[in-house]
Design a protein around this ligand. Sequence first.
Ligand SMILES: *Cc1c(COP(=O)(O)O)cnc(C)c1O
Length: 404
Amino acid sequence: MLLNENFAKLPGNYLFSTVAKKRGEYAAAHPEAEIISLGIGDVTMGLPPAVIAALHEAVEEQAQPATFQGYGPDGGYEFLRQTIAAGDFASRGLDISAEEIYVSDGAKQDSGNIQELFAPGAKIALTDPVYPVYVDSNVMAGRAGEYSEATGTWSNLTYLPTNAENGFVPELPADDVDVVYLCLPNNPTGTVLTKDQLQVWVDWANRTGAVILFDAAYEAFITEEGVPHSIYECEGARTCAIEIRSFSKTAGFTGLRLSYTVIPRDLERDGQSLLALWNRRQGTKFNQAPYIVQKAGLALYSEAGKAEARERIDYYLKNAGTIKAALEAQGFACFGGVNSPYVWLRTGGLSSWEFFDQLLEQCQIVGTPGSGFGPAGEGYFRLTGFGSADNTAEACARLAQLKL
Ligand SMILES: *Cc1c(COP(=O)(O)O)cnc(C)c1O
């Protein structure tokens, strides 16, 4: 066999292509319809002015030999790492040093690449429904076993269902697990764990030797007290957890690309430092985020940058709250939308795709079927606050007419 046979095991990713196909068919049959997408998983407002100003300045620096920057240092520029350590961790009383912060050009990349640190036979657990990158990257590495069409699951992965019944609090794995992915606030469900609930996971990992991969891409959307902004708020997390952060949803960097991964020096397995392994991995395969983008990221820690990013997050959160209220007025059980741009609703007696069709036909609204995120997402549906306020208001007026 010439090629990596694991790629052939991957089922087609039909979720967003099927959404686009159904939307296209509806639009063709109803050319007058004004379809509103509440399925958007991307920010829509422009970048904060402080970021734009920093970009312009950094671009000018690139024009002159005296200020030109070529290859940057592995791990990221010191100015950014120091500022992240102070602004995201020391400011919350957390002990994370600049050396433990590895800058990158995306949380998708890092959450997909981090599995390279673990043995081919490492046992992986993930919550269900889930951000598909965690699953597919382990499939490509040959760690997931065989896929079952019937159950929608992989034979070697441990699934931790989160649903209305367990309050979206996953149970600790019953079997031996080496690595667990936790995404909080969660995509797609929009739900969170309290600090006490997350502490249970940290204690479990320290007890069993498992490593927690903590995806905090939506940290900036947290509005409630008692919800941890970082896993390092939990006691003992420095010896069991890796945290991945992104500037994408925080500040509109989905096109610009900037993120970072935290690996504490105290995190060791088999007598080796995971930070050292990551440094080696990234140093070999990655030449850092562009200088101008790291400068743009730095601008987010200025007073103006913080305030401008906050305005955008509040705008999306307000949309999410509006959507949630409109759905609840219609009797739908809804989750998320408070510490997250995502609203996750129960589709009543309908399957996720049946609900998709009804929403499109009756309201001309496009969303995302929960079953596309894993078997436990069946019977749920995701709507997002990333649209414009006007479109969101119009969509909510239409939702008031929905009859199932
Ligand atoms: C959007 C998102 C990210 C961000 O990825 P980037 O590559 O930094 O844009 C990471 N994790 C989850 C769960 C996401 O939804």
